[in-house]
Ligand binder design. Structure first.
Ligand code: 5GP
Length: 353
């Protein structure tokens, strides 16, 4: 694994609450069990389970959300997630999370996102971390591991149009705190595209890039409508039919590919038939991602190693794939230029054979 860990990587599809360390999750559940808020054994069983259907994954998220409710915990898990990505040489991370309000503890969607930003800040005690354009201008001294971190705000498919609109407005207000785009996620069997479209259109008009979870379950009408919207990127694209592949390929919309997640949730039957192979051969823009590194017990280095061994791609080809991901990030040209330098310098030191 060492080579894959040493290779610089770009992560564009990682959900905060899906990327929590198992040890942290168990610790938090234990604490709340003592307070009588949750039953620890419920958690232990689900957390330690390896294979889960897509339906079970969403049940697990409901459990996870029960232990990650307060500001301090949100800041803590964010810090740890950033540290874990940086530790495996992820040099640019677009983390995504669904802003959540909880009146009983004085949490608003805004204070939730502020807690995430606080987590970024506290990660800077052990890392060179850059999470806003202002930081880039400051040119932080590069002493240890360096990582650029940006935030996408997710709209959950359970939400109303008004709630989705609130998230877009929040993203616009928090632009200078590292929020750079919008994601649509949540249980694909819930909610209607028409509910989110007005808010997503507004985001686009305001210059906020949008990425959509698209085609996790068969739903031709929705997939086509999503592609017609021309999002900046889409995630997964597992259940596409011929017409949708044709549309996708002619649109050149980059696809965030999450191999382990798709296999674990059984949205793809086996790795060798995964659409990564087809899209790679067609030279379609793709980027390997983890989705939920905690929930699926993976990391980005592992995803690169897996793609290499499954599809017979060498280290040089995988390095190029990682490098190409820089073209699809939502942070602007200034960050792209810095990242290209990071890849150029790595190309001089990494051995490819
Ligand atoms: P959070 O937004 O709470 O930080 O991260 C967990 C949330 O991300 C889940 O509740 C769900 O809405 C979304 N999510 C995580 N993994 C997946 C996935 O594989 N598919 C979809 N559609 N949504 C996901």
């Amino acid at each position: 694994m060492e080579w894959w860990i040493n290779m610089p990587k770009v992560e564009l599809h990682a959900h905060l609450n899906g990327s929590i360390r198992n040890s942290t999750l168990l610790e938090l559940a234990q604490e709340l069990d003592k307070k009588g808020t949750v039953v620890f054994s419920d958690f232990e069983h689900v957390i330690r389970k390896n294979d889960r259907s897509l339906r079970e994954v969403f049940k697990l998220f409901d459990l996870i959300h029960m232990v990650t409710t307060d500001h301090q915990t949100i800041a803590r898990i964010t810090k740890e997630v950033v540290e874990d990505f940086a530790a495996e040489n992820v040099v640019y991370l677009e983390l995504r999370t669904t802003p959540k309000g909880n009146d009983s503890i004085g949490m608003s969607k805004r204070s939730y996102v502020e807690a995430v930003v606080e987590g970024f800040r506290s990660a800077s005690s052990s890392l060179d971390i850059n999470f806003s354009l202002n930081d880039l201008e400051k040119c932080p001294a590069r002493t240890g591991k360096m990582i650029y971190v940006r935030l996408l705000l997710s709209i959950d498919r359970r939400e109303s149009t008004a709630a989705a609109m609130e998230t877009i407005n929040l993203a616009l207000e928090m632009k200078d705190m590292g929020v750079i785009g919008i994601d649509l996620s949540g249980n694909p069997n819930v909610g209607e595209w028409a509910t989110f479209l007005p808010a997503l259109k507004f985001a686009k008009e305001q210059g906020l890039p949008v990425t959509l979870h698209c085609g996790e379950v068969p739903n031709s009408v929705e997939i086509q409508e999503m592609l017609d919207f021309l999002p900046g990127r889409i995630g997964h694209a597992c259940c596409f039919e011929d017409e949708e592949w044709r549309k996708l390929k002619s649109s050149k919309i980059p696809v965030e590919i999450c191999l382990t997640s798709n296999i674990r949730t059984e949205t793809i039957s086996s790795m060798d038939v995964h659409h990564f192979g087809n899209l790679y051969k067609a030279n379609h823009p793709i980027v390997l991602c983890t989705d939920d590194s905690g929930v699926f017990s993976t990391n980005l280095s592992n995803e690169y190693a897996l793609a290499s061994s499954t599809f017979g791609l060498g280290k040089a080809e995988m390095f190029q794939l990682a490098r190409k991901a820089v073209d699809y990030i939502y942070a602007g040209n200034a960050v792209q230029k810095e990242l290209i330098k990071v890849f150029e310098s790595a190309a001089e030191t990494l051995e490819y054979n």
